[in-house]
Design a protein around this ligand. Sequence first.
Ligand SMILES: *Cc1c(COP(=O)(O)O)cnc(C)c1O
Length: 429
Amino acid sequence: MIYQRSSTLFKEAQKVIPGGVNSPVRAFKAVGGTPIFVKSAKGPYLQDVDGNRFIDYINSWGPMILGHAHPKVVEAIIEKTKLGTSFGMPTEIETEIAELAVKMIPNMDKIRFVNSGTEACMSAVRLARGYTGRDKIIKFSGCYHGHSDAFLIQAGSGAVTFGTPNSPGVTQGTAKDTLLAHFNDLEDVREIVANHPDEIAAIILEPVAGNMGCIPPKAGFLQGLRELCDACGMLLIFDEVMTGFRLAAGGAQERYHVAADIVAFGKVIGGGLPVGAFASSDAIMGHLAPDGPIYQAGTLSGNPLAMAAGLAMLSELHQNSGIYDSLEQKTAYLEKGLIEGFINAGVIHTINRVGSMISVHFSETPVTNFETASKAAHGGKFRTYFHGMLNEGIYLAPSAFETWFLCDALTYHDLDQTLEASKRVALSL
Ligand SMILES: *Cc1c(COP(=O)(O)O)cnc(C)c1O
């Protein structure tokens, strides 16, 4: 494939945008080569500026669960635009989407909308700290909760890809309040909690990790954290920015039958527009401004276009709950075919999958946490696989630490094409 126009645009972009991109992992540093500039997308297909077409497995890193430019979402945005794009005053649609969201999300009474997943996680932690009167949080190495300071401590994908697990600019003062634990290791968490009695406000995690590849929680892990939080007066924060409205209408809480105290959202909830949100109980949300003293705000929060896109997306998922079964089946089909292709080519592999999140690791040993994910990413096989697939017209996330996301617009024909491509590429690994 030829990427001439992308190359030119990338050179231009680098003159005025740091690294030529507005979010680091887009730059292809981990896999090498020129990032592809998109012209348009429809359903499961991307069209680039050179006229190449790709089957898309990142789907804007998760939001486009129905595929690109879904007619209902597009229509909702267009209609809303005609009425004015921002007011900084309440609008009816904010209540409509909030009502639908709390109906779909288990255990939550209220939801506050923000503009990104980063903001949602940052606000969730402030709420937990303000509510408990404690400063420290526990996060897991390899989990990503956006780029706010407290979270840039072994933060998975983007940060890991760039070798800066602890970013310069994050102060020691901030870092000391973030306690790091190993994902899927309940004993480790128990020990940390025992060493910091009455100091820890919350445990925050991706209930299914998606920023070190896809890593499911081991049986009993989430439940164990729930019990530990209850026993020690800590709040359990699920960062469902990736898993929310993707693994089930009610996200990981529904899928694993574990209740969180605060849940952060992003990605799918915005239908492709910049939206995040955090939800909690009446009791906890009562402490948030303007009802309580914990401050949180946003000029464009609840923006009507963003709410229209989000509402159209959530309505579609709510009305058509068969989507989750269909996604599950499609992703299981892909998983099975990928495994066959790798076995056929004698390629060592581990595939992790939960629902429509799936990741391929070129390692024999189970990938259960950040350490095993990093080991599996060694050796550069992913780079070869990524470019091989790209050349076949299959767009994967440009890092071994990313999860692939399937969208419901993918047909079995698309999946077969992907599997044929993978089979060929596997032979070159
Ligand atoms: C993407 C992501 C975030 C950050 O969301 P942004 O909208 O990029 O700020 C936070 N947590 C998880 C789990 C994510 O996948």
